[in-house]
Design a protein around this ligand. Structure first.
Ligand code: FMN
Ligand code: SF4
Ligand code: FES
Length: 577
């Protein structure tokens, strides 16, 4: 039941948004938490009434997002083990089995005492520190069987233990990571002692057109995956429509293999806030949002605190920033699905055009940019667009964060000049661990490369052009290194299982196709494959590509097809004669 106290807190959530419906997700999250991590149909109905949406809409939303437990009781501690590809490369499957045996429960089950529920989940944006277990809101990273024993013993005594880990990071450019080593730079005073908010001051003395011109000159391309030129996107925003203009920072960080944005969000939140304040001023935006994945609840708190500090300090007099948490849906990283989600709906991508810059949030002009993109803006405004071009080449300019996971000695996040050789990036990450079988360089949605392909010509460079010339894409810069200990057919089967799970279901080729390919590759990976199965899988890949509403169909069909084609012999060995 929703008490008076809960009701007044929901009213406070509603007050943050221009439209009430946007409060649906945060209200569901809040009530679930207040109700012992569980929701019921009755609670969903009550929330629907408060928010002013139909019961069916609220129920549709509550059952769309994987973090809501509607009429599915979970125990006091929900242990969620990520088993996506980077996690698998770092031993997560063995760890899940260990936990499963220790607790005597399987995926989706709860111990008879109601203390623990065990689930396999998808990538938690912690790929460099996998295996990771999320217990309720808390991440436990670099887990081992010994640490699992400690964790469970502690939870049985009712204590959430602290098991902190160190993150590997490095920088060759010292821009996005210039503050990474400064203790407590998330505190505004420390940030300001290191020059923080000076560029915002400078920007407020410039004309918005001048700033857009600098961003255009820099040729900065969006760091969320698609690589669209930021200055050009900003230039699409129509003027004098009489409608508000919104800016949304995409902090969904959902692409498996990607764990770079959280290094800014959690360690240098004011850098992002300063970048957003400059961008909002440039675009004429008075209200901005940070859409952050639901699993990053603890980072959302850091951001809210930093925003409050910035407000108190007078840095946000021109724009208000609201932190909005998602609730577990990979597709909500796609900008139009994200906008739907922020409007309190299921995260279903919209048909484009119209593009968000013309008609986005609430039908108003909206710019969606990735965390890293917005955090790059202060440098460009401070030093000028040309200074950004001191790094890179026409194939891609500036600095970029690369997350490297899998078979390397120092998995972590590295800030490098665009166009750095793949070889040098791997050296920064401590070099290969073992013999390498394949590499995926831009998050799970890009085609795999073999070690021989990486070496061709002058060797792969980490930029937009070179990656395309090598038959893949830079994507989000999430590099996954696969050693010869792993089977590509098994990796392919797990990859398509992820996309099938995440498909929003709007288009039949994506929904059905991912299910068909998943069934075929599962059969193959389990040694039950038959002659013709690989051709069928390739046929589906060919017929999905280009026939879906959002890029997701393409994002898996081509990578899966290249895995089959490039590792055909290995797949064939799994096929029964
Ligand atoms: C399925 C899917 C998931 C995506 N996930 C993310 C994400 O987690 N973070 C992100 O910034 N962009 C993501 N994108 C890209 C966004 O749609 C969009 O291009 C980006 O946020 C724009 O910002 P940028 O121009 O600064 O890169 C995703 C795209 C697709 C198709
Ligand atoms: S391609 Fe897939 S994820 Fe994208 S809209 Fe269609 S069904 Fe949804
Ligand atoms: S966090 Fe484990 S796979 Fe990304």
């Amino acid at each position: 039941m929703i008490t008076e106290q809960i009701r007044s807190n929901i009213d406070r959530i509603i007050a943050k948004y221009p439209r009430k419906e946007s409060a649906l997700l945060p209200a569901l999250t809040y009530v679930q938490k207040a109700s012992g991590n569980n929701l019921t149909k009755e609670l969903v109905r009550e929330i629907a009434k408060i928010i002013g949406v139909t019961d069916s809409r609220a129920y549709g939303v509550a059952t769309y997002y994987s973090m809501f437990n509607v009429d599915h009781h979970v125990g006091k501690y929900h242990l969620q083990v990520d088993t996506n590809i980077p996690a698998t490369l770092m031993g997560a499957v063995g760890l899940f089995n260990y936990l499963s045996q220790k607790l005597g429960i399987k995926h989706g089950e709860t111990t008879p005492d109601g203390l623990f529920t065990l689930s396999k989940v998808e990538c938690l944006a912690s790929c460099g520190t996998c295996p990771v277990i999320q217990v309720n809101d808390v991440y436990y990273e670099l887990m081992t069987p010994e640490k699992v024993d400690m964790l469970i013993d502690s939870l049985m005594q009712g204590i959430m233990p602290e098991l902190p880990v160190d993150y590997n990071w490095g920088t060759k450019c010292n821009v996005l990571f210039k503050n990474r080593g400064i203790e407590n730079v998330k505190n505004i005073e420390v940030y300001k002692q290191h020059g923080g908010y000076q560029v915002l001051k400078k920007a407020l003395g410039m004309k918005p057109e001048e700033i857009i011109q600098e961003v255009k000159t820099s040729e900065l391309r969006g760091r969320g995956g698609a690589g669209f030129p930021t200055g050009i996107k900003w230039g699409f925003v129509p003027k004098n429509t009489g409608k508000p203009i919104y800016l949304i920072c995409n902090a969904d960080e959902g692409e498996p293999g990607t764990f770079k944005d959280r290094q800014i969000l959690a360690y240098d939140p004011h850098l992002l806030i300063e970048g957003m304040a400059i961008s909002a001023y440039t675009l004429g935006c008075k209200l901005a949002f940070i859409y952050i994945r639901g699993e990053f609840g603890w980072i959302a708190k850091i951001l809210e605190k930093a925003i409050e500090e910035a407000k108190q300090d007078g840095q946000l007099d021109n724009v208000d920033i609201v932190v909005h948490q998602g609730a577990g849906s990979y597709i909500c990283g796609e900008e139009t699905a994200l906008i739907e989600s922020l409007e309190g709906k299921r995260g279903l991508p919209r048909m484009k055009p119209p593009f968000p810059a013309i008609a986005g949030l609430y039908g108003c002009p909206t710019i969606v940019n990735n965390v890293e993109t917005l955090a790059s803006i202060p440098f460009i405004v401070d030093k000028g667009g040309l200074a950004f071009k001191q790094w890179g080449s026409p194939g891609g300019y500036g600095f970029k964060l690369f997350g490297v996971s899998g078979a390397v000695n120092k998995p972590g996040v590295y800030e490098c000049p665009m166009g750095i050789s793949f070889k040098e990036l791997i050296e920064m990450a401590g070099g290969y661990k073992g013999k390498i079988k394949g590499v995926i360089i831009g998050g799970l949605s890009v085609p795999i490369l073999t070690p021989e392909e990486l070496e061709k010509g002058d060797g792969l460079k980490m930029d937009y052009e070179s990656s395309i010339n090598y038959g893949t894409s830079l994507g989000s810069g999430g590099v996954m290194v696969i050693s010869d200990e792993f089977s590509i057919p098994e990796i392919a089967a797990r990859t398509i299982q992820f996309y099938n799970h995440e498909s929003c279901g709007q288009c039949t080729p994506c929904r059905m196709g991912s299910g068909m390919i998943s069934a075929l590759l599962k059969k193959v990976a389990e040694g039950q494959g038959e002659k013709g199965d690989l051709e069928k899988a390739i046929w589906f890949c060919d017929h999905i590509k280009g026939n879906t509403l959002c890029p997701t169909g393409e994002a898996y069909s081509y990578p899966i097809k290249t895995m089959i084609l490039k590792f055909r012999d290995e797949f064939e060995r799994y096929i029964k004669n």
